[in-house]
Design a protein around this ligand. Structure first.
Ligand code: NDP
Ligand code: 2IT
Length: 458
């Protein structure tokens, strides 16, 4: 049972086997380009592992790894403020539980479909493995658009969504959290409905909760802070630091805001951020309190920042990646940075890129970064601080304890440093020094693969 394809393929090279398997995966999962993209990147990295260590192809391991353990799709009906019935589609993909309960966020965005949830769930397996904490991989969400909805509509939607989801989740089964369009407000409504239906205050079932009812300090900040801790390690490997560096952060949501906060604490000048409609140029840095007020309190557009802060300009044309910077931190969404953007960043002197979002760089962009020896931290490593701190929230819930900000932040810092070192070490071990994509994919894979092999064909 040594081949990834079939028993009869023994004469095929690893390369040919991977290609054949990937083609079959694309056919079986038609119309899911983001899922194909995420799988291909991992399979490409695994070629070297399978060549050196063919036992990782035993027992259909690769096929099992790429097939979710369970995929749920459900109707989410709710009544809007006008009394009209609206129907959305809900998803939860429980991808892999070899290392622990399924763990991963919920995304509410009109673009959500099964392929997007599958790519996110697949990435989450390796990310969660890299944290070193006992969590499997999953993801969920809905094509519901929270923009422009009243609080009451958001609440009714969340209640309906949880009315179905509640039977599939639990502290030892599957633990959802936030992602795009799902923050503290949504987790509150989701948890309230879960608690009511389960008839128990099972706090370990969701993470990102409010601090008064089982939430963890640092969870709000964790993804952005973790991203900057990872970036700091990546720069330190070159003897560089963030102090005085010019940084671009795309997006202006949860991840972006706290990446900006931590980058500024380390002395960086953040010269721009964005939302889905445009971007701002802030050559003298960002007034973070103002940004938080606009985005977190008023839930307004990023253009409001340029209207209200002198020296900032708003652009609805062109791209934030046209700005000249030392460090680029894409923190909005998948495939927001393409090959041309990457080339522009390289040409204007950017030396470090770390992904706060999940798969924000297209395959072409990653290729440009690699060819030009840009230090590139892939999302599954660089943005793992959010889910890692979720796992710390689960630890606190399990022990009915709550830790201080400083202690939790220090744990996060150590986890991010360890992730960076695992990526660095693994890349070097396989002869690809400095290639953190290969490092992250292989280090994340091996732990899950060892667990799956030990647990048999299930
Ligand atoms: P938020 O909803 O808080 O913010 C999302 C930001 O990205 C907004 O500025 C939004 O702009 C922008 N954005 C969303 N969709 C698009 C799009 N299609 N095109 C351009 N811009 C877009 O989400 P988060 O900050 O939580 O998530 C951002 C990224 O980080 C996602 O890729 C997510 O998967 C990833 N991530 C999140 C973690 C977390 O803990 N929250 C953990 C790890 C990764 P607009 O307001 O105009 O829609
Ligand atoms: O992509 C991610 O890692 C998240 N959205 C966070 C998941 C979590 O369970 O905290």
């Amino acid at each position: 049972m040594t081949d990834i394809a079939t028993k009869n393929d023994e004469v095929q090279s690893v390369d040919a086997q991977i290609s054949e398997y990937y083609n079959r995966l694309c056919q079986r999962n038609a119309g899911e380009p983001e899922f194909h993209q995420a799988v291909l990147e991992v399979l490409e990295s695994l070629k070297i592992v399978l060549e050196n260590d063919p036992h990782y192809a035993d027992y259909g391991l690769i096929q099992r790894l790429c097939e979710p353990e369970r995929q749920l799709i459900f109707r989410v009906p709710w009544v809007d403020d006008q009394g009209e019935v609206q129907v959305n589609r809900g998803f939860r993909v429980q991808f892999n539980s070899a290392l622990g309960p399924y763990k991963g966020g919920l995304r509410f965005h009109p673009s959500v479909n099964l392929g997007i949830i599958k790519f996110l769930g697949f990435e989450q397996i390796f990310k969660n493995s890299l944290t070193g904490l006992p969590i499997g991989g999953g993801k969920g969400g809905s094509d519901f658009d929270p923009k422009g909805k009243s609080d009451a509509e958001i609440m009714r939607f969340c209640q309906s969504f949880m009315t179905e989801l509640h039977r599939h989740i639990g502290e030892y089964r599957d633990v959802p959290a936030g992602d795009i369009g799902v923050g503290g407000r949504e987790i509150g409504y989701l948890f309230g409905q879960y608690r009511r239906l389960a008839n128990q205050h099972e706090s370990g079932t969701l993470t990102g909760k409010g601090l008064e009812w089982g939430g963890s300090l640092v969870r709000t900040e964790a993804t952005g802070y973790g991203l900057v801790y990872f970036t700091k390690e990546m720069m330190a490997a070159d003897g560089k630091s963030l102090n005085g560096a010019k940084v671009i952060v795309s997006g202006s949501g949860n991840v972006a805001i706290y990446a900006i906060e931590k980058a500024q604490e380390f002395g960086a000048v953040v010269i721009g951020c964005s939302d889905s409609q445009g971007w701002i140029h802030t050559p003298d840095g960002i007034d973070l309190e103002k940004l938080k007020e606009i985005k977190e309190v008023r839930r307004d557009r990023i253009s409001a920042y340029a209207d209200e802060v002198e020296g900032a300009t708003y652009h609805s044309e062109g791209s934030i990646w046209d700005l000249e910077c030392d460090v680029a931190l894409p923190c909005a969404t998948q495939n927001e940075l393409d090959g041309e953007h990457a080339q522009k960043l390289v040409d204007t002197g950017c030396k470090y890129v770390a992904e706060g979002a999940n798969m924000p760089s297209t395959a072409e962009a990653v290729e440009v970064f690699r060819k030009n020896k840009i230090a590139f931290g892939p999302g599954k490593a660089a943005n793992a601080g959010g889910v890692a701190t979720s796992a710390l929230e689960m630890q606190q819930n399990a022990s009915r304890d709550s830790w201080s900000f400083e202690y939790t932040d220090e744990r996060l810092h150590v986890i991010m440093r360890n992730i960076f070192r695992a990526c660095e070490r693994t890349a070097a071990e396989y002869g690809h020094e400095g290639d953190y994509v290969i490092g992250a994919n292989i280090a994340g894979f091996k732990k899950v693969a060892d667990a799956m092999l030990a647990q048999g064909v299930i």
